[in-house]
Structures are given as structure tokens and as C-alpha cells.
Design a protein around this ligand. Structure first.
Ligand SMILES: C[S@@+](CC[C@H](N)C(=O)[O-])C[C@H]1O[C@@H](n2cnc3c(N)ncnc32)[C@H](O)[C@@H]1O
Length: 205
């Protein structure tokens, strides 16, 4: 069975995320700037990279950027958007819930609104395989009922319930501790519609 993310058009996803009632594309773009520049690293892996929102903030001196996503059309567009990164950007089409996949090492793993679609167990497996020094995650916290905010594009996301894993800050911190990572930073970004983005950073102990 196809993962529902393989059926969502990138333009529907991005138009939803940038709409006035959601504003997450803009918020995550600025948060990516902080994530990519916070650590003394030369290699980074972006899990669930989609169209590459925020890749313009990759600092000079970065030697390797891995963009991972399950949707091949997202990766084609991502590579097209950042021709200046062509020498260092490798896009890998992979299902991160597939236990048999191999992943390269990166010093920093960034996972923004991704753990919600693969769950803690698969995320732990990915971290073990990639063996980064640093991990920076953004999760969405709801203070109302719906996970997906309303917008004219909302029906593009109807099937996502099939793969949705609720994520909580305390549980994620525990899951990371189980695989040897300790929380080092916590940032919050308020959003419209009683939601907020929470960034949690971790370092290998
Ligand atoms: C909510 S989007 C987040 C996109 C991006 N991080 C951003 O800042 O806009 C989730 C992304 O994860 C990808 N994804 C979801 N499940 C996945 C899986 N099992 N394996 C790989 N990628 C997956 C989706 O295709 C999508 O691009």
C-alpha cells in the first residue's frame, strides 16, 4: 500500500503550510536557519526534506547535505530549487519506516514534522543508523482538537490519519535517552489556531 505522502502534491502541501491560517512554512524556514547554523558540523541529514524549505540557510563550508524523503517528486523539485548546492546535496528516496534501509552517517540530523509520520521506534532506528553527534527536531503541539489546521487545501491531507503517530515532548525526550541522546535545547514558536512548534535539540552522550 502506498504511503499517503506519496499522493500529496508538493504545491498543495506548501500552499497549505504557507497559508495565513497555518504559517508553518515561514516559521520552519526561520527555525531551519537556526538549526543549520547552531553546531560546528560539516555534514547534515534532513529527514522528510520535502521541497527543501530552509535549505537556503545551509552555511558555506558545509561539505555534505543529505535530503531524505519518501516522495520522489518532492526530491526532484528540491534538487531543482537549489542548483548552488548541487555539489554537496544528495537526495535519497527512502521510506524511513523500512527497517532494511541503509543510511549514511551525518553529524547533524534534522527532523522537522517528521516523527509524527514514522513514530518513535522508527525514529530511534534511523538515529542509530545515522549515528549523528547532534539531533534537532521540530514537533507540532496542539492545544485544540485537529492536527492539521484548516486551509483551502486541507482535503489533500485526508489520508494522513493512516500514518499519524501522536508525539509528545516528554516521550520524545525519553525515546532519545533510550538511544543515548540528551536534550540540550528547547525553543517554541507560537502559530495561529492554538498550535505551536517546539524545537528540541539533543546531543549524543
Ligand atoms: C510535514 S512534512 C515536513 C516537511 C519539511 N520538513 C518542512 O519543513 O516543510 C513531512 C515530510 O516527511 C516525508 N515523510 C513522511 N513519511 C515518511 C517516511 N515514512 N519516509 C520518508 N519520508 C517521509 C513526507 O513526504 C514529507 O515531505
Amino acid at each position: 500500500m502506498k504511503n499517503p505522502w506519496e499522493k500529496i502534491n508538493l504545491s498543495d502541501y506548501e500552499n497549505h503550510m504557507r497559508s495565513g491560517t497555518v504559517m508553518q512554512l515561514q516559521a520552519m524556514n526561520q527555525m531551519m536557519k537556526g538549526q543549520c547554523n547552531a553546531y560546528p558540523i560539516h555534514t547534515v541529514m534532513i529527514l522528510g526534506v520535502a521541497g527543501g524549505n530552509g535549505l537556503e540557510h545551509i552555511p558555506s563550508g558545509m561539505e555534505k547535505v543529505f535530503g531524505i524523503d519518501i516522495n520522489p517528486a518532492y526530491l526532484t523539485e528540491c534538487a531543482k530549487r537549489y542548483p548552488h548546492l548541487a555539489d554537496i546535496l544528495t537526495c535519497i528516496c527512502a521510506d524511513l519506516t523500512d527497517e532494511t534501509i541503509a543510511l549514511p552517517h551525518a553529524e547533524l540530523v534534522v527532523a522537522n514534522l517528521l516523527i509524527e509520520y514514522i513514530g518513535y521506534r522508527c525514529f530511534q532506528d534511523v538515529i542509530i543508523k545515522t549515528d549523528p553527534l547532534y539531533v534537532s527536531c521540530i514537533i507540532q503541539i496542539n492545544t485544540d482538537d485537529g492536527f492539521v489546521s484548516d486551509s483551502p487545501y486541507i482535503h489533500a491531507f485526508d489520508d494522513l490519519d493512516e500514518v499519524l503517530h501522536p508525539v509528545q515532548e516528554t516521550e520524545l525526550i525519553l525515546a532519545m535517552k533510550e538511544v543515548g541522546y540528551f536534550q540540550t535545547a528547547h525553543k517554541e514558536q507560537p502559530l495561529p489556531n492554538s498550535k505551536k512548534l517546539v524545537q528540541l535539540d539533543f546531543e549524543r552522550g
